[in-house]
Structures are given as structure tokens and as C-alpha cells.
Design a binder for this molecule. Sequence first.
Ligand code: NAP
Length: 494
Amino acid sequence: MSTEQFEVVIVGAGFGGMGAAIELKKLGYDDIVVLDREDDLGGTWHVNRYPGLAVDIPSTTYSYWFEPNPNWSRLFATGSELKGYAEHVADKYDVRRHMRFNTTVQSARWDEEAQRWQVSLSDGTTLSARYLITATGFLSQPHTPDIPGIAGFDGKVVHTTAWDDSHDFHGRRVGMIGTGATAVQLIPELAKTVGALTVYQRTPIWVAPKLDFGISPAVQRLFARMPLAQRGLRYVTDGLLGFMTFVGILNFPYFRRLSIGAMDLCKIHRFISIRDKELRAKLTPSYDIGCKRPSWSNDYYRSFTKPNVHLETVGIERVDPDGIVTTDGRKTEIDTLVLATGFDMWEANFPAIEIVGRNGRNLGKWWRENRFQAYQGVSVPAFPNFLSLASPYAFCGLSFFNTMEYQMRHMGRLFGEVQRRNATTFEVTEAANTRFLDDMTKRLDRTVFYAGQCAGSRSYYFNPSGEATLLRPTTVRNAVREGARFPLDDYEIA
Ligand code: NAP
């Protein structure tokens, strides 16, 4: 069987993969294929369809900086609008024709002789590419908890990443495991229809009031006609999120009072929503805000005061065919089990597929044996012509599009130089990688992760060795500036 050849293989047709394709097309590359295991584009916003799904930062900031969307119907747009925006971008920037769906990549291996990547698909075929970019996202491998008996449950099991629209929740007795950002959006919606909802909470989440409002058609028309007006609003929301990150995460010891203020705001929010002191106490986190992703909602806390909703904080012992048994021996009978249990991050996602570079260096193994690291959150020594967009220290700011912005600028500078030198390979130097890792490690000391009280938060920001190697501990401004200006001799280009 002949191997299909491409200049660039991009894995993932979400906002990350689309951004990479757009940047490379801008530079003149056209022999690009974007592979995705799903049956359509949009990544997170294609897969997640549960009721209540909405972006959890203002939509004005949650878009490519070069493609503002004047049509958002709310400040916090719904999931279907985000999916629509992804479709619009794919068409406008002509990346859809490069996409292949229902295509699962299993592994990729650098072929030293050919100076190309051999990319193996699950159907047994192999593609060959000069450049490989993985944009597989951080939250893409659904986590099913290891609780005895789940497989033997007689009723319906639904993971939030595989929502089943055909399952009618009216009047159901539902057990729901998890109280992360997904649950915060889903619980108020389920509470409206189900007969009984028991929520199993292991770790409470910080929830602040949500300042959300509809954007009227007149304002949408104004944004369409005067993009500068929308840019102005974006400037404000970018600034607010940047401020929150700067004081609450990056420089925690110097602004501790402001973090306490934010926690007090959540406390007042709980107090106004819930009269029952014991219930409030159960919903109160014991770790500092920022240790794990907080959320916003005006109806999450109030949902627990409804007669058909019950919060269970005793641990789960097992799932029986007809219910959930807690460690104190009580059984709650249910007919539907909702798993709002999030994602396998470090175990399954770093990297999401097996990547083998020069001299047989296996990326996943190397990260685990030598600390998680990636120069500027995108490249790793001994992995030539490869960029990994979901890398350690890659996620910057609070919006995924902040990450995309600096990563696209990085790609533009790097590939621009490769073209200028008429070169065919690039590889980050060990020295540059070490310098970057040292810088990140030093900066982490003053973040909430190390200077705050994060014990017991069970946050996915921490890797299994206890290092907070997911978020880039710099401002977005710093990341974007370095993306556009990193020293070119940090790469060997030949
Ligand atoms: P998550 O934050 O990882 O929450 C998973 C929940 O399941 C946690 O409460 C966790 O408890 C619980 N859980 C997992 N295994 C368990 C077990 N064996 N027993 C009991 N409880 C268990 O996942 P998520 O809520 O899906 O959110 C993930 C991320 O997606 C968020 O942080 C956010 O960044 C993003 N998100 C964004 C949006 C948006 O923008 N619209 C919406 C939803 C999510 P522990 O905390 O005790 O582990």
C-alpha cells in the first residue's frame, strides 16, 4: 500500500488545529491535512452537548483575535453558538477542505533517514509528513471513575461528553457524580426536569455570581458595522481576565487580600442563595480560589435548595444495578447515572498519542522520566519538525484563545524563518528548552499553586508528581510577545 505524503499533518480539528492550519496557510502552505477522530469539526464544542453548556469566560475574549464574532447572543455564549463560530471560521479561512473526520491517529514516529514523520492511523494506514502538529486539546479523554459496579448498572449511564439527547430525563431518579465546571452548568438544567437528583460531591468548587446578559440584535448590528466598538468591549474583558490572572494566580502572595475578597464574594453568593447553614458548609471549598478552575453561576447553589435535589458528600462505595451505595451503607435508588467526572489529563493526554522522536525518544516516557516540559509550550528537543500545542506550560491566561494567539505567532515566526532560509527541518535546542523550563519553575514559586493553600483541591493543574506544569505562569502579554520575538537561534534550522 502506498503511503500518502503531506507537507503538514495536523491532529485535531478543534480551535487549536484550525488555528494552526490558518497560520500555515497564511504562509503559503497548502499541502495540509487535518485529522480528527470525531465526525465533524469543533473539538470540545462538537463533542460537548449537555444541557446548559456555555462558555465560562466572556465570549468577547473567547474568539480568535483576528476574527471577532459580532453575533454572540449573550456575554457568555452557548455551546451551539461556539460550534457555529467554529464552522464559520473553518469556511471563511478555507480550512474545512483539509479536514478528514473519523480518522484516529495512533502514533507518530520520526524517520531520520527520510527526515519526515510517519503517522500511523487506527485503520492500519500510514501517512507521511514533513511537519507534524498535534492539537489534541487538554480535556479530550473522558474520565470514567474507577468505582466498583458501574459496568453492572442496570439503568442508563451518560457521560457529559457523550450526551444522549434521546434519553428523556423527565421524572427520572438521577445520580450524578462530580461537581466541576461541567456539573455547575448541568445541575440547574437537570433540576428543572428530573424527579430526583442526587449529586455526589467529593471536592466543592468555588462558584462566583455570573454577570451575564443578552446582546440585542441592535448591538450585534453595531458590532458588525463598527468592529472597533466590539474591540473596545474585548479590551475590557481581556483586561479583567488578565487582572484576575495576575493577582489571583501569578502573584498570589502580593495580592492575597484580593483572593480573600474573591472568596468572600463566593461566600456571600452562597449565603444569599442558601438558608441552610449545614448545606452551605458542605458546599464550601477548603482550598484557595484559583488552585483549580473556579466557575460562575447564578443558579448552581440555589438548585440544591430545590426539594428534588439532594447533595451527598459521603463517599461512594459502589454502584449496584439499581442504585448508588455510600460508604456508610446507605443506598439511593436511581435509574440514570450521569458522570460529570471530567477528563483524564496527565495519564492519557501528555501526549494524547504515542510520539517517538530522534534516537527512539518516546515523548510520554521522556516527560515522565525527566519532568514535564516544552519550550514555549510548543516544542521539545529531539522532536524535529514537531509542535505539540497541548503541552506542559502551554495553557496561558483564562481563555484558550490566549493560548492560540501566542502559539500561532510562534508558528508564524518559526515557519517564516524556515522558509526564509529555504530549510526543511527545525528543532529546539536543549539549551533553550532548559532556559525556558528554569524560568517557568522559578515563576511558579509566587503562584497560588505553590504559595497558596492547594492541598485537598484535587486540581488537574498539578501533574502526578505534584508540580503545577499545566498553566504557563506568565501574563498573556508576555506569552504573545515571546511568541512573536523568541530568539531564532533557540532553534536549529537546516
Ligand atoms: P472536572 O473539573 O475535572 O470535574 C470532575 C468532577 O468529577 C470533580 O468534581 C471530581 O471530583 C469528580 N470525580 C471524578 N472522579 C471521581 C470519583 N471517582 N469519585 C467522585 N468524584 C469524582 O471536569 P469538568 O467539570 O468536566 O470540567 C473540566 C474543565 O472543563 C473545567 O475545569 C473547565 O476548564 C472546562 N469546562 C469549561 C466549560 C466551559 O467553558 N463552558 C464548561 C465545562 C467545563 P474531585 O474534584 O474530587 O476530583
